[in-house]
Design a protein around this ligand. Structure first.
Ligand code: TRP
Length: 456
C-alpha cells in the first residue's frame, strides 16, 4: 500500500540519508563507547563479544527492520502506531501496551543515561584543562573516584545534559535531530581511529585483541548471554519504539533492509573500535578489565595524558562522546513526547520539559547510587545497576520479542512485504528471522537465565 498519502504530523526526514544519520545517531552513543567496553570487561571478553555479535545479526537487525517498517506504516508515536496497526490487521487492542512499555523504558533509560553523559561532559573540561598530563593510572583512578563520589558536582552536569536534551527535542525533528548528526559521526570515527593507533603503540595491543576475540566459553554464564543480548538491543536503540518513531518520519520507498544494515554496521564498528582502543590501555597499565561503569574514565585519560596533542585529542574525544550521547538521548524521549503531542494536544516544548524534569528527578537516584546510597543493594545491585539491568536486559528484549511477534505474525504478509520495499529473497529471510529465530532465541535466553528450563 502506498504510504505517501500518510505523513506523520510531527514531520518527515528530508531524505534517506537523513534517516540513516538520525538512526545511526540514536544507535551510536554511550552504549558503544562507555557501556560495551565495560560490560565486555565484566563478562570476560571474547565469548561475550561473539554472542553479542550473533545477537546483532540474528536478533538486532531483523528487529531493526521490523521497527522501521512498523513505524513507517503507522506514522505516529509507538503507542498509537501499535494501536492503529493492530486495528488495521485485526490484532488485539492490548498491543498498544507494547507502546506503553517502550515509552516507560525510554524514560527510565534516559534518567541514568543523562547521568553518565554528564560525566562525559565534565570530562570535556578536565581534558581541556590538561589535568591528565603525565598522570599515572592511579591518579587518574583517584580523579574519577572523587568525581563520582561528589553528588553535587555530578548533579550539576546531569542537569546540564538533561537541559541540552530537552532543548533539541523541543525543537523537533528536522531542526533538532537531523543537523546534529551530520558532522559528528565522521569526526567521532576519526578520533576513534587515532585512539586505536595510540593503543597499538602501548605494546599491549595483542593482549587487547586476545581479550576481545579469543573465545573461552567456559567463562560464559547464561546471565552473560542475557547481557550480550540486552546490549544488542540497547546499542541499536531497539525494543522501546525509538526506531519505530524514527521510522515514522521515513519517506516512502526507501529500502528498509539497506538502511538497517548500514546502521547496524556503523554501530558495531564503533563499539569494536572503542574496545580496541581501551583494552590495550587496560593491560598496559595493569588495570582490571572488570572494573565497571568507570572503565573508560579510568583508562582513556591515561592515554590523553601521555600522547602528543593529548589535550586536544582528549578534549575532542569527550566533546564527541557528549554529542553521541546527545543524539541518542533525544530518541529516548521522542516517543513519549510525540504521544503527549498526539493525544493530549501538548506543545512539543511543554511535553519535552515535563518529561525532562521527571526523568531528571529519577536520575538523582542513580547519582546517589555512586556515593551516599552505594551500600543500598537490591538483589546485589545498586539502584543504577538495577535500573540498567531491568531496562536493558528485561524490558528491551521483552519489547523486542513482542515487536518481532507482532511484525511477523500479526501484521499480514502482504502489508509487511509492501512496506519493506525490498526484493523477495531479502523479505523471505527477514520473515523467517522475525517469525522463528528471533522469538525462539529471546525466549530461550530468558528461560535459561530464569532457571525455568532446569526446573522444567
Ligand atoms: N543506542 C544508544 C546507545 O548505544 C542508547 C539509546 C538511544 C537507546 N535510544 C535508545 C537504547 C532506545 C534503547 C532504546 O547509547
Amino acid at each position: 500500500m502506498a504510504t505517501e498519502s500518510r505523513i506523520s504530523i510531527h514531520g518527515q526526514w528530508s531524505n534517506r540519508l537523513a534517516f540513516i544519520l538520525a538512526a545511526t545517531g540514536s544507535a551510536v552513543g554511550l552504549g558503544n563507547i562507555w557501556k560495551f567496553p565495560y560490560i565486555t570487561g565484566m563478562n570476560g571478553g571474547g565469548a561475550f563479544v561473539l554472542v553479542y555479535l550473533l545477537c546483532i545479526l540474528c536478533i538486532g537487525i531483523p528487529i531493526l527492520m521490523a521497527e522501521s517498517m512498523l513505524g513507517r506504516r503507522g506514522r505516529q508515536s509507538p503507542i498509537n502506531t501499535m494501536a492503529a496497526l493492530a486495528a488495521e490487521e485485526g490484532g488485539a487492542k492490548v498491543w498498544a501496551w507494547l507502546g506503553w512499555m517502550g515509552v516507560l523504558a525510554g524514560f527510565l533509560i534516559l534518567s541514568y543515561y543523562s547521568v553518565i553523559a554528564g560525566w562525559a561532559l565534565a570530562y570535556v573540561f578536565r581534558a581541556a584543562s590538561g589535568l591528565f598530563t603525565g598522570l599515572d593510572a592511579e591518579s587518574i583512578n583517584n580523579i574519577f573516584g572523587s568525581f563520582v563520589s561528589d553528588p553535587e558536582r555530578t548533579l550539576a552536569w546531569h542537569s546540564i545534559f538533561m537541559v541540552m536534551t530537552m532543548v533539541v527535542v523541543a525543537r523537533g525533528v528536522q531542526h533538532g535531530l537531523e543537523k546534529s548528526v551530520r558532522y559528528m559521526m565522521p569526526a567521532l570515527f576519526i578520533v576513534l581511529i587515532v585512539l586505536v593507533l595510540y593503543a597499538a603503540t602501548t605494546g599491549y595491543f595483542s593482549y587487547g585483541l586476545r581479550f576481545m576475540f579469543a573465545t573461552d566459553f567456559s567463562r560464559l554464564s547464561w546471565n552473560a548471554v542475557l547481557m550480550a543480548m540486552g546490549h544488542a538491543f540497547f546499542t541499536l536503540s531497539l525494543g522501546m519504539g525509538a526506531i519505530m518513531m524514527y521510522g515514522s518520519y521515513l519517506p516512502a520507498h526507501t529500502s528498509i533492509a539497506k538502511t538497517s544494515l548500514i546502521i547496524a554496521g556503523a554501530d558495531t564498528v564503533v563499539a569494536l573500535m572503542a574496545g580496541l582502543a581501551i583494552f590495550p590501555i587496560v593491560f598496559a597499565n595493569g588495570l582490571e578489565p572488570a572494573s565497571g561503569a568507570g572503565l573508560i574514565f579510568k583508562t582513556l585519560p591515561i592515554a590523553f595524558g601521555q600522547m602528543d596533542a593529548g589535550i586536544l585529542i582528549g578534549t575532542l574525544f569527550f566533546i564527541l562522546l557528549v554529542f553521541a550521547a546527545w543524539t541518542s538521548s533525544m530518541s529516548l524521549i521522542e516517543p513519549a513526547v510525540a504521544w503527549l503531542v498526539e493525544n493530549h494536544g501538548m506543545s512539543r516544548i511543554s511535553a519535552s520539559v515535563w518529561l525532562g524534569v521527571l526523568s531528571w528527578l529519577l536520575g538523582i537516584a542513580s547519582i546517589l547510587s555512586f556515593n551516599h546510597w552505594e551500600q543500598y543493594k537490591f538483589w546485589g545491585k545498586t539502584f543504577f545497576d538495577l535500573l540498567d539491568y531491568l531496562t536493558a536486559n528485561v524490558m528491551l528484549p521483552l519489547g523486542g520479542l513482542l515487536i518481532a511477534i507482532f511484525a511477523g505474525w500479526v501484521v499480514g504478509v502482504k502489508s509487511s512485504y509492501d512496506e519493506m520495499d525490498n526484493g523477495k529473497r531479502g523479505y523471505a529471510l527477514w520473515l523467517f528471522l522475525v517469525r522463528y529465530v528471533t522469538p525462539v532465541a529471546v525466549i530461550l535466553i530468558f528461560l535459561n537465565v530464569s532457571g525455568l528450563l532446569d526446573w522444567l
